[in-house]
Ligand binder design. Sequence first.
Ligand code: ZN
Length: 574
Amino acid sequence: MSGRTLSVVENGDGEAAREIPGAQALRRGLSLLDIVAESDKPLRFVEIAEQSGLSKPTAHRMLATLVEAGLLRVDERDQTYRLGFRLFRMAHRVWNEFDLRGAASPELARLADLTGEAVRLAVLDDTSVLYIDQRDSAQAVRLGLGVGARVAAHASGAGKAIVAHLDPQHRQTMVSRLGLERFTPNTIVDPVEFARELELTKGRGYAVSFGEQHADISSVAAPIFDHRAIAIGAIAIVGPSYRMGVDRLHALGRDAIEAARRVSGNVGQLAMSISINPRPLGPERDDLRCAVPSACFLGEGPVWSAADKRLLFVDILAPSVILADPESGQFVSKPMPELIGAAVPRARGGYLAATQTGFKTFDWSSDTITSVANPEAGKPGNRFNDGKCDRRGRFWAGTLAITTSPGEGALYRLDPDGSVATMGKGFHISNGLGWSPDDKRFYFADSGTRRIYVYDFDIDSGDIANRRVFVQLPENAGIPDGMTVDAEGFVWSAHWDGWCVTRYDPDGKVDRVVTLPVPRPTSCCFGGPDLSTLYITTARIRMSQRQLAEAPLSGGVFALRAGVRGQADTPFAG
Ligand code: ZN
């Protein structure tokens, strides 16, 4: 429904308040839909007609129309009416929108804190901007418009940010429909000037509105992309014009971009699987417990730090590094200034991290972070994901496009002398890695293709060769994420959205499936004094309230008595 139609209905003046022709029929049709939707069992025609109170001919005509429209369907086996597949498609779209809200939620809160202004999440609904979420900071003046409000796309920062990033053809069509109505002296109403404004917006990566909708309100906004790199929404920082001068608006542009990128990362990564498989009925296990109640957005990259006698892992989206004592469940986290894919201890003390902008070293107690190398400096749309050291202390880590467009990821090896080697290219979503106990094999997961690859590995030279598919996961089994290789040479792989960790034998055959009480395990490693416990990190990002209620321990770290020992994690030797 377009904004225009809505405003007529809501107008409430004499004209619109009168019954619109067909409205009664529509109401009756919807009541039939309700009857079918709310019934515990499939209903036959006679039962529906009876419940609706409509005459049989009327009920019959309306049901036929609903079937024709795809909103209902008839099960031929027993002549009962069921909900139609069109509703399924519609529901998916609604789900996607809420998914976006879930993905953006931590960023909205962070930006509101950071800027002291109101922060809004917007989508384009036909030609207007619809606010679907908002966070107010303590000092924000109350703004007139809240969640559910609509504004003209051409006069709002969010609207310009989205429209500027549409594909050229779509953008042209959209611009021709916008109407460019004037609201304030600052509103851009000239089509040529507006086209220039969109180019500028695209170049900068963010849009500004200098009191273009309301003279006393200004905003800056950046687009959020889905996994196909299509602009699906925007994050806007909105405040009173007297506080949002030109300089400040542009300074806030970077914050908006950064936040929107993070959300795009969430959307992209998780858009790989829109629905979560239902919780499988596994045995209640007494060999499994939630060891660290860390409630991570996206817990990842666990390694056992022998020096700390602690489990080290990251929350990619907090972003933070976490040191945990899995015996007591106590943990400390260190906030990081950018997305962090993995962190490992260094042999000389301190830690090495794979971040959005390359390899960095840091100490727990200081705020100083030192850049070591950034092999993808020329690809600001990429970030590092999982990483781990081989037995000689070389650090291996892969990348992915934050929009998760395929083929953009690469695998790198950081040697102790600080030099970087490119070990592979063209991956979709670089993920978990591991080595066989005899150092003859290297395993590497590409989550985008649901594959784990195996390579021949040369421990002396650090070379890999002869890539082949070790495991190809079927579509409904989740996505292979992080992994570890145990002392017997079997591979433990965490299955995102699969509610399980699977152990594969060296031929890639399933040896054991360990069912978990959470849907999104992300990675695993062996730890503890004798390396006999498998620690499993998990995520809670973008799970709905209902899903979280079903899996409340999501985001925690689980400990499994595996019955087999792991290999010790090697610190970075540089
Ligand atoms: Zn991962």
